[in-house]
Design a protein around this ligand. Structure first.
Ligand code: ADP
Ligand code: GLC
Length: 497
């Protein structure tokens, strides 16, 4: 499993949650998994990484040294290999700082991907990897890479490394978590990949004159997945394919949508150490304590009033500009709203101004705060996600588990994981939340208003809460789906170079 971020080592978003949870679930199913990540300086000394090997990674300007460090995932024995090259990864951010990408991201992630390819044969040669389960030599069947940062892994598998006997049987799976981030670089930077110009074609890595790493992953991997069935269809359309819909369409018989789960131990209202009180579907009294504490923490009046929560990156994708527009009208209702998020400076400023205008109704925290994210999931009554698009979304899954009723736009994984109120109970089971169709401030407001109507009817509301809390949002089912796909991939032949 190759990822540029994974909980608990490094995180900017949901990819880290997935890469942190899926390996463990696969291990629980009896698979042998190794996770490979960059050795970011921010990881520090906390996780016991120790030098395992020194290698040289061939680069366009000559070999670049890397140290492979090794540790295990906390709480399970999945080995983690971290590629260390301090010049690239010992920085304050993962991909950039203060809203700007690092200018050498192509060098950094091409290096990382190529280091992974160099690492694989070392594992199989059994040079004392030291894992108890496998006693040394270990040959992976499959490489699973995620998003643009690791898209060169399947590309290298079929190009630079196609002739290597040790890698010949290796299948590759590429998971797209977000088509909106493609890893685009100018053609002049292309040589940094180490690839010959024969791969800089519209069939491969070229995209309207630029280098497109995500496209490379899409065209080269044996199979593709994305993080919900609805999103797997949406990325085949011009609206949400971000220009790559044709590429996905061409490979549609190799695209599978598998919805994410969440770590149900980490997100458990009955045991969550971040909460001032705990609760369960049988006894919800602690949720009230959480709500009052949250109102206090966010400097809002402690009152019995519907409380809407949001935890989100502040980006166009998440539709929070729609909320900003709808907010003044919403504030005519007797409700409170708390928002935790960070991202686009313009949106941050817009919400700061709204907080100053509605200080008794809007609680705002600009920043990244794990504990507060948990306290909002627990303390709010409703959880709002007006996303323009949402490949899967994890926060609505946590909100279901915390009895905080999601109000979501009907898109991607939100459409797949929230059963809408009022849609009749078909095979999907009882309603667990609210959906709205149009990405407009009015539709958003109407959905919140419908939710408020139902909220006023305690029995109906409790039914929604309980149905949400009883929904299985764990990784178990999804991990089995990945394992099934892996098996299917091993039965088929790898694509050749
Ligand atoms: P995305 O990956 O698109 O940002 P997801 O819903 O898949 O969206 O995952 C977001 C993850 O990041 C969740 O685990 C959420 O709790 C967390 N998160 C997002 N913003 C913040 C924040 N400001 N503070 C703490 N956690 C956050
Ligand atoms: C991306 C998507 C989000 C998804 C996450 C994990 O960041 O924006 O919808 O949940 O990846 O797959």
């Amino acid at each position: 499993m190759v990822s540029s971020e994974a909980v608990p080592f490094a995180k900017t978003g949901g990819l880290a949650d997935v890469a942190g949870a899926l390996p463990r679930e696969l291990a629980n199913l009896g698979h042998q998994v190794r996770l490979v990540i960059p050795r970011y300086g921010t990881i520090g000394d906390r996780y016991g990484f120790r030098e395992w090997k020194r290698i040289e990674v061939p680069g366009p300007a000559g070999p670049v040294p890397a140290v492979i460090e090794r540790s295990v995932m906390p709480g399970c024995d999945v080995p983690v290999l971290a590629i260390r090259h301090d010049h690239y990864f010992n920085r304050a951010g993962l991909y950039g700082e203060a809203g700007s990408d690092y200018p050498d991201n192509l060098d950094r992630f091409a290096f990382f991907c190529q280091a992974v390819m160099e690492l694989v044969p070392l594992l199989s040669r059994g040079e004392g990897e030291g894992g108890e389960a496998d006693g040394g030599g270990w040959t992976p069947d499959l490489l699973h890479a995620h998003d643009w940062q690791t898209a060169l892994v399947p590309v290298y598998r079929r190009t630079l490394y196609a002739g290597q006997p040790a890698l010949a049987k290796l299948r590759s799976l590429f998971t797209v978590h977000n088509m909106g981030y493609q890893g685009l670089f100018p053609a002049s930077a292309y040589p940094k990949t180490g690839l010959g110009w024969e791969w800089f074609t519209p069939q491969w890595l070229e995209f309207y004159g630029q280098l497109n790493l995500l496209k490379g992953g899409l065209v080269s991997a044996d199979w593709l997945t994305t993080v919900s069935p609805t999103y797997s269809r949406e990325i085949q359309t011009a609206e949400l394919g971000f220009g790559l819909e044709g590429v996905v369409l061409e490979r549609r018989d190799r695209v599978v949508g598998i919805v994410n789960g969440i770590d149900v131990d980490q997100w458990n209202p009955a045991t969550d150490p971040h909460l001032p009180a705990r609760y369960s579907p049988r006894d919800l009294s602690g949720k009230r304590t959480c709500k009052e504490a949250l109102q206090r923490e966010m400097s809002l009046p402690v009152r019995d009033v519907p409380l809407v929560g949001i935890v989100s990156r502040l980006s166009w994708q998440k539709g929070l500009d729609l909320l900003a527009e709808a907010l003044p009208a919403l504030m005519n209702r007797d409700l409170q709203l708390v928002l935790l998020g960070t991202g686009e400076p313009a949106l941050e400023a817009q919400f700061r101004a709204l907080r100053d205008r509605f200080p008794k109704q809007l609680g705002l925290r600009i920043g990244f705060d794990e504990g507060l994210a948990h306290r909002i999931e627990a303390g709010a009554d409703l959880f709002l996600m007006p996303s323009r698009y949402e490949p899967c979304g994890l926060t609505q899954l946590a909100s279901l588990r915390y009895g905080t009723v999601p109000v979501v736009r009907r898109t991607g994984g939100l459409a797949d994981t929230v059963v809408p109120y009022g849609a009749g109970t078909g095979s999907e089971g009882p309603a667990t939340g609210f959906q709205f169709q149009d990405a407009t401030p009015d539709s958003l407001r109407e959905a919140v208003e419908l939710a408020l109507l139902v909220y006023a009817d305690r029995d109906r509301w409790l039914k929604l809460i309980r149905a949400g809390m009883e929904t299985d949002v764990s990784w178990a089912k999804s991990a089995r789906a990945y394992a099934g796909l892996y098996r299917r991939m091993l039965e088929g032949k790898p694509r050749d170079g």
